[in-house]
Design a protein around this ligand. Structure first.
Ligand code: BGC
Length: 745
């Protein structure tokens, strides 16, 4: 296969036998220290203590560099590696490119709300193209941890609560980042993280221990990771936390038995940042030497930033604790990747490339489309939305209305300059003739700063005094009073979700709800636009505000996309990838629970809590449109099949409203009895379709052994029971259209 790389030189991908030969030759001439170097990833940022990366690279002590985003410096460091280090092995440059490099796409939770794997794939392809042009080779994404507790801040980085949707999003991201193979030109090597179970931290507290039975891991938390392997992901990252009392970064069962032996993963595993060294802090390893030994022997190839491998691995081999062959095995896939991607032939990046690539107009267009498709219309009483473009006098209110940072969201690449179109700007651009007044109201802030605050310019401003906050509050109310219609833009700042950003409450932070209440009191039409990275408990708003648009953290074109939707140039079609609870104390709350002896729809049942309804505020899969759809005529090819066989399930979907729109048709199953209890509903198929008014389409799903099998606690393995199933097809996880299926043995 021949590829033209951006530099214009024809790069041929070596055959596997050539790769093997070249890796073996390299290994044959490398010293023990250099092998350890290939297993070491060093930080390029100034905040990292210890010797400068230049020094480490020159001695052959690093195979990869992270936390650096500087094209010229990439080339300078690469020059040291390929001209001065002993075996002249090029470096891999890695960074977190999570939802865009220069063109920022909606955060991953938002992208999952599109229920559109093709848009997700294209977004990550754009991110990869820009980042690769900057000189990066490898991204630490996709993050594919299932998250069922919105208190956990990292819920923003993933695809939400469901393994089926999560698997589709994981595979789409891998395809988008990597293109045809790991290391392909104009793409990035992907990294499936954080393996595994990280989203189930006790209490939603980031980094806290995780206890998950094998059935939960296999049925819920593993599927997106296996989907990433099947999509050809090049690398994995181990998680930080203890999984059932064994840290994921020293967990042989995870990193070797499951990942390699069962799933056949051929790439390499990098630790999370400092995680190898942390095995000591976590009370697992006795010291750095023990940590290095246990991480390497569990199957962890590369030590991210802790230098524990660098300091200890050679000694362990010299003392006979580790075979050198174990190191060779760990180094092998790293060298193979470098050979395959042509780094030895073309180690440098053209320093003029980035500016050409980021200027491509299609990147902004993709970002705007992705943002439109990811937004979820939660509420629209009396058809208040879409708004007429004839409006003359609008107030745009709220601390996030003109915040570039909140619009782009969490996880920007190092050194990124916020450049999003804000909601205020988007509305002003949409209605150039109208009077659009703006007031921010009181600012919002974390009560405790983020450990990453140093990277965060916004938080460096001094806080408002109570007097300033009061004045801002009053100014906002007065601005609203002067308008005919008010658009409130509320939610969370970028640093309120993400790593080390767990919350004990899911309320609108600060005085936002108080401000919303005062504005609603003015008795004008009010639209609430939410910018946030997790479900929020917005019970009051749901009861009192006629229109609510969940815009998430929508990226560079976010403000334009919000305006497109508010004024009817785009019709919202996104659906929630997570349950919205009424209250943070209900978490974890997700739709795919097992039934109980008193199911929630039994006559005696009111709520699990005597002081609050348990039912979610908005269910998984929910989202409205400016049009209406009917889903009818559910049919199944056979109502009885043998285990191992497949049936097809079809339904007709009609646009019964006045405008074109998208529906996400969803299929859920429930196994009524069997070896284990099974969830009351499980998503097993979805398709997002576009329909013109009065247009109808038939949507067909396949249900076969893959969808009907599960990992059984009783059987201790994967099984397909002979059992009766409920099947529902509809527009969210409460779908009512039902049929039956019987599987016989
Ligand atoms: C995060 C990872 C990230 C790594 C490198 C860690 O703190 O948990 O998700 O990839 O840092 O930036």
């Amino acid at each position: 296969m021949n590829n033209m790389n951006r530099e214009g030189a024809a790069a041929s991908v070596p055959s596997e036998s050539e790769v093997t030969e070249r890796v073996e030759t390299l290994l044959g001439r490398m010293s023990l220290a250099e092998k350890v170097g290939q297993l070491t990833q060093v930080g390029g940022a100034d905040f990292i203590p210890g010797p400068r990366p230049e020094e480490i690279i020159r001695s052959g002590g690093a195979g990869s560099v992270l936390w650096l985003n500087d094209t010229k410096r990439f080339n300078a460091l690469q020059k040291i590696a390929v001209e001065e280090s002993p075996s002249r092995i090029p470096l891999l440059f890695a960074l977190d490119v999570i939802h865009g490099y220069r063109t920022i796409f909606p955060v991953p939770l938002a992208m999952a709300s599109s229920w559109d794997p093709s848009v997700v794939e294209r977004a990550q392809a754009v991110a990869a193209k820009e980042a690769r042009a900057a000189g990066l080779h490898w991204t630490f994404g996709p993050m594919i941890d299932i998250a069922r507790d919105a208190r956990w801040g990292r819920i923003v980085e993933g695809a939400g609560e469901d393994p089926y949707l999560g698997s589709a999003m994981a595979a789409a991201q891998v395809r988008g980042f990597q293109g045809p193979y790991p290391g392909a030109p104009e793409h990035l090597i992907a990294c499936a993280k954080h393996f595994a179970g990280y989203g189930a931290a006790d209490g939603g507290r980031d980094y806290d221990p995780v206890f998950l039975p094998e059935a939960q891991l296999r049925n819920i938390y593993f599927p997106p990771f296996q989907a990433a392997v099947n999509a050809g992901v090049g690398t994995f990252m181990s998680a930080y936390m203890d999984l059932n009392n064994v840290p994921a970064s020293g967990n042989r069962w995870l990193l070797s038995d499951i990942l390699r032996d069962e799933w056949g993963f051929q790439g390499f595993v990098v630790s999370d940042a400092f995680a190898v060294g942390n095995l000591v802090i976590q009370g697992f390893a006795r010291n750095g030497r023990d940590a290095a030994f246990r991480a390497l022997s569990s199957g962890l190839n590369m030590d991210m930033a802790s230098s524990t491998y660098l300091q200890n691995l050679a000694g362990l081999v010299e003392d006979g604790m580790l075979e050198e062959a174990a190191l060779d095995m760990a180094v092998w896939p790293i060298l193979a990747l470098k050979v395959r991607m042509g780094l030895f032939e073309q180690p440098y990046i053209d320093e003029t490339l980035l500016e050409q690539v980021v200027a491509l107009p299609e990147h902004r267009q993709e970002a705007r489309l992705a943002a439109q498709r990811s937004m979820v219309l939660l509420h629209n009483e009396g058809g208040l939305l879409p708004l007429p473009k004839t409006l003359q006098n609008i107030a745009v209110i709220g601390p996030l209305a003109d915040s570039k940072e909140a619009t782009e969201g969490s996880w920007m690449v190092f050194g990124h300059q916020p450049a999003a179109v804000t909601v205020l700007q988007g509305i002003r651009a949409k209605l150039p003739q109208a009077r659009v007044e703006y007031a921010s109201g009181p600012e919002i802030r974390r009560d405790f700063p983020s450990p990453f605050e140093d990277f965060d310019t916004e938080n460096k401003k001094p806080s408002q005094t109570p007097e300033e906050a009061n004045a801002a509050f009053q100014a906002a109310v007065e601005t609203a009073r002067r308008a005919d219609l008010v658009i409130m833009v509320l939610g969370e700042n970028a640093e309120m979700a993400g790593e080390a950003a767990s919350r004990s409450s899911l309320d609108l932070p600060g005085r936002q709800e108080e401000l919303l209440k005062e504005v609603v009191e003015l008795d004008k039409p009010v639209v609430l636009v939410l910018l946030n990275g997790r479900p929020l408990s917005i019970v009051w708003a749901a009861e009192h505000v006629p229109a609510i648009l969940e815009a998430w953290e929508p990226g560079s074109e976010g403000g334009n996309a919000v305006a497109d939707i508010l004024f009817g140039d785009a019709n919202p079609g996104g659906k929630l990838p997570v349950t919205f609870p009424r209250n943070a104390s209900h978490e974890p709350l997700y739709y795919a629970r097992t039934l109980t002896h008193m199911p929630e729809d039994s006559p005696m049942y009111v709520s699990r809590y005597w002081d609050s309804p348990t039912k979610p505020l908005y269910p998984f899969g929910f989202g409205l449109s400016y049009t209406t759809f009917s889903i009818t005529n559910l049919r199944i090819s056979e109502s009885q099949v043998k285990a191992g066989q497949a049936v097809s399930v079809a339904a007709d979907v009609t646009n019964t409203g006045q405008v074109a729109g998208d529906e996400v048709v969803q299929l859920y199953i429930h196994q009524k009895a069997g070896s284990d209890s099974r969830p009351m509903r499980e998503l097993k198929g979805f398709e997002r379709i576009t329909l013109q008014p009065d247009e109808a389409k038939t949507v067909t799903f396949q249900l076969g052994p893959t969808e009907l099998s599960y990992w059984s606690t009783k059987a201790g393995g994967w099984i397909q029971d002979a059992a009766d199933f409920d099947i529902w097809v509809g527009a969210d996880s409460n779908a009512a259209l039902h049929t039956d299926l019987t599987v016989i043995s």
